[in-house]
Design a protein around this ligand. Structure first.
Ligand code: ATP
Length: 307
C-alpha cells in the first residue's frame, strides 16, 4: 500500500550571514511513519526543523506539510495547526501544574470546552498523565517533564509531531521509557513522528532515516537498507598459534586485519562465519561474531567526504 506523503521538501536552502547551513536538501516523510533525521552537531538539523515548523524563514526551496505550502498565503497558520513541536528546551510554566499548562495551551488553539476535555483525555491516556497532572511542572523528573511536553504538543491533536532530541539528557532507563511512549503513541494513533536523535538504537526503530552532513543529505533509507550498505558483520579470531593462523588466512585468500593477536575478517552476514569457523576449527583458540550496528552505519557515513 502506498502511503500518503505528509512532508515534502524540495531543494531547501538556508543561508545565515556567515554560512549556508542547509544546502538544497530534498526528502519526503510518509504519513503514519516514524522518521529519523540524523547528523553530527552543526549538520543543519535544528535549522531544518525550525523552518518546517514555521519558526525560521527559508532562503529558498519548497516545503509542503499536510497539504499546505510553507510561506504561501495563510498556509503557515494551517501548518502550525497541523503540527506539535517538542524542542530540547521546554516552554512549560514551572509554577503551573501539568494539567494547567496543557489546558492553557489548548485554549491558545481556540479549542471549545468539549474539544479541550476530549483532547485532554486523549493525551492523558496516551502519556500516562494521571499520576503527575496535579503536580507543578517545575517539580517533575526529567522523564515526567518529557511526557508533559509531548502532551502539551499534542493537545490540539495534530497529525504530525516534531521532536528535537527528545531523550537527550535523560538517564538510560528513563530514556527507554520515554522512547517506548513515543513509539507506542506513533503506532496506536498512526501519528507521523519526525525526530532528531543522537542515539542510533533509537534511529534503528524508525521507518526511514535521513542523514545530514554539513547541510547536505549524505544517506537515506530504511535502517535495514542503510545497515546493508554501510555496516557489516565481522568474525574475530584468536589462533592457538598466530603464525599458523596467518598462513591459513593467506593460503585461503581471506582478507583480514590483525591487532594484538586478534584477526578480524569481514563476513557477508553472521551465518557466513560458520563455514570459516568449521574450516579453521583446529587452529582457533577463541572467536567472536560481531554484528554490524547502526553505530557503524553512522560512523561510516560520517567518515565519508561530502562530494
Ligand atoms: P546540533 O546537533 O548541535 O543541534 P544541528 O544539526 O541542529 O546541530 P544547526 O543548529 O542547524 O545544526 O546548525 C547548522 C549550522 O548553522 C551550524 O554551523 C551553526 O553554527 C549555524 N547556525 C545555526 N543557527 C544560526 C544562527 N541563528 N545564525 C548563524 N548561524 C547559525
Amino acid at each position: 500500500m502506498k502511503l500518503k506523503t505528509i512532508i515534502q521538501v524540495e531543494n531547501l536552502r538556508k543561508a545565515y550571514a556567515q554560512e549556508e547551513a542547509v544546502k538544497g536538501i530534498s526528502f519526503s516523510v510518509e504519513q503514519g511513519t516514524l522518521f529519523a533525521f540524523l547528523g553530527a552537531n552543526g549538520a543543519g538539523k535544528s535549522t531544518t526543523i525550525e523552518i518546517l515548523c514555521t519558526l525560521l524563514k527559508k532562503t529558498s526551496g519548497t516545503v509542503n506539510i499536510n497539504g499546505y505550502t510553507l510561506d504561501s498565503s495563510n498556509d503557515n497558520a494551517a501548518i502550525r495547526k497541523s503540527i506539535g513541536v517538542v524542542f530540547q528546551q521546554s516552554l512549560l510554566d514551572e509554577r503551573l501544574t501539568v494539567y494547567e499548562n496543557i489546558i492553557h495551551r489548548g485554549k491558545m488553539y481556540g479549542l471549545s470546552k468539549q474539544e479541550l476535555a476530549e483532547n485532554y483525555q486523549f493525551v492523558s491516556t496516551h502519556l500516562n498523565l494521571n499520576e503527575i497532572e496535579k503536580q507543578k511542572y517545575g517539580t517533575l523528573s526529567g522523564g515526567q517533564k518529557r511526557r508533559a511536553d509531548i502532551a502539551k504538543a499534542l493537545i490540539h491533536r495534530p497529525p504530525l509531531l516534531f521532536l528535537d532530541e527528545p531523550t537527550t539528557g535523560l538517564d538510560p532507563q528513563t530514556r527507554q521509557f520515554v522512547w517506548q511512549t513515543i513509539k507506542r503513541l506513533q503506532e496506536d494513533t498512526n501519528m507521523t513522528v519526525f525526530l532528531t536523535t543522537h542515539y542510533m538504537e533509537e534511529a534503528a526503530m524508525a521507518h526511514k532515516i535521513v542523514v545530514l552532513k554539513q547541510g547536505e543529505i549524505v544517506a537515506e533509507g530504511t535502517p535495514d537498507a542503510l545497515k546493508t550498505k554501510y555496516a557489516y558483520d565481522q568474525l574475530a579470531l584468536v589462533f592457538h598459534n598466530s603464525l599458523k593462523g596467518t598462513n591459513w588466512l593467506i593460503e585461503n585468500n581471506i582478507s583480514h586485519t590483525e591487532k594484538q593477536g586478534i584477526f578480524t575478517i569481514r563476513v557477508q552476514s553472521t551465518i557466513h562465519a560458520l563455514a570459516l569457523l568449521k574450516q579453521a576449527e583446529p587452529l582457533i583458540a577463541s572467536f567472536e561474531v560481531i554484528k554490524g550496528t547502526m553505530d557503524d552505519v553512522f560512523i561510516h557515513i560520517m567518515k565519508q567526504e561530502v562530494s
